[in-house]
Ligand binder design. Structure first.
Ligand SMILES: C[S@@+](CC[C@H](N)C(=O)[O-])C[C@H]1O[C@@H](n2cnc3c(N)ncnc32)[C@H](O)[C@@H]1O
Length: 356
């Protein structure tokens, strides 16, 4: 999904691995990707990738980067690390070697011994996988799921990035209604409304690299201007309902903070009462989880059965549901056309897709 998003933004020659998509782009890509990517966690700059079987190789590989071009004299550096299936398995030791090498590179270039780390924050990560070190700089700061609209959450809120991914995977078109009858704090309807409007998800927040003096400031103002101009005024129908009045209040508040309250019709409603006269609609939801929230499995089963009954009454609608419940298809009453394995945090879920 992320690779697809990048292609839509015009980036080609993507290399897709498990958990990350890499590509080359100009400095402006840093601003554009932070503002626009709906399903990415972070935008990182790859500074170096090299074999590192011992500390000397790690030190020399890090030293070889032209750090002075990327870090100001007063950079406030945090070095993080991780190591998987590698000889260098002590993460704190790797972090400290990398920091030492960066400081050494800066000392040589600037001919001074001390640096005050009082300036902008630079999060640098050394990640070792099978003895290959990758050094990255994090341009995002807070994870990109933090769009800036969620003041409060319901009981088991979806991450905004995952909710956006669910909507994008459904290939919802704005001439069809979209409904989440188990909307909780409203993450799916809010993300859908932002997609429907072509609103850049990062417009209401800032990013770590915006404070970096090493990047031209105009890349951010240009990208923000372009994003504002790209917003469309289309009308479409997004319905959001939940049985719980309290959580709906939170959902309305989040929608207001996201600036999409006018685009979503909120209603307190039991799932069994859901109906719509709209044609070719999309239900996108994530039913209660059961054990994770200490919910009674019987109640969870009832909700899923009710969802199945509601769906069978909606002739030409499609249903997309993210569930961790093992017997979801049996409860809905039919086999999904497609199941996608997805993780919600560390909970293994399936995204059940019923298309019409
Ligand atoms: C897993 S949560 C949904 C979380 C939501 N996607 C979010 O991001 O906040 C499931 C929701 O189903 C609602 N729910 C449970 N039983 C229901 C019922 N019978 N009718 C309607 N909503 C119900 C709960 O109140 C809860 O908000």
């Amino acid at each position: 999904m992320l690779a697809h998003e990048l292609r839509v933004l015009g980036y080609t020659h993507l290399s897709t691995e498990n958990g990350r998509v890499s590509f080359q782009g100009p400095a402006s890509a840093i601003a554009e990707c932070n503002l626009w990517l709906r399903t990415a966690d972070r935008v990182l700059i790859t500074m170096a990738r090299f074999p590192a079987h011992d500390f000397e190789e790690l030190f020399q590989g890090t030293l070889a980067v032209q750090w002075e071009e990327h870090l100001p004299l007063n950079a406030n550096m945090h070095v993080l690390g991780k190591s998987v299936k590698s000889k260098l398995h002590s993460v704190p030791a790797c972090q400290s070697i990398v920091k030492k090498a960066i400081v050494e590179a800066m000392k040589r270039k600037h001919r001074r011994n001390r640096f005050e780390e009082s300036g902008a924050e630079y999060r640098i990560e050394v990640s070792l996988l099978k003895d290959i070190a990758t050094i990255t700089m994090d341009t995002s700061g807070h994870g990109l799921h933090k769009r800036g609209y969620r003041r409060e959450a319901g009981n088991a809120p979806l991450k905004e990035t995952l909710a956006a991914g669910l909507v994008l995977l459904s290939r919802w078109r704005q001439d069809s209604p979209l409904a989440d009858p188990l909307c909780g704090s409203g993450t799916i309807p809010i993300e859908a409304a932002m997609i429907g409007r072509n609103r850049a998800p990062g417009l209401r927040r800032d990013f770590a690299a915006e404070k970096w003096p090493t990047l031209p400031a105009h890349i951010w103002s240009d990208a923000r201007e372009q994003a504002k101009a790209a917003e469309r005024g289309d009308r479409f129908t997004v319905l959001a309902s939940d049985i719980d009045e309290k959580v709906l209040r939170v959902a309305r508040q989040n929608a207001r903070a996201a600036g999409v309250q006018d685009l979503i019709r909120f209603e307190q409603k039991e799932i069994a009462q859901f109906h719509s006269h709209g044609k070719k609609g999309f239900i996108i939801c994530n039913p209660p989880y059961g054990e994770r929230m200490g919910e009674d499995p019987q109640v969870v089963e009832e909700v899923c059965r009710a969802l199945g009954t509601v769906y069978s009454g909606l002739d030409d609608w499609s249903l997309f549901a993210l569930s961790a419940y093992p017997h979801f298809e049996r409860l809905i009453g039919r086999k999904a056309d497609r199941r996608r394995k997805l993780y919600n945090g560390n909970i293994l879920c399936y995204y059940y897709q019923y298309r019409r």
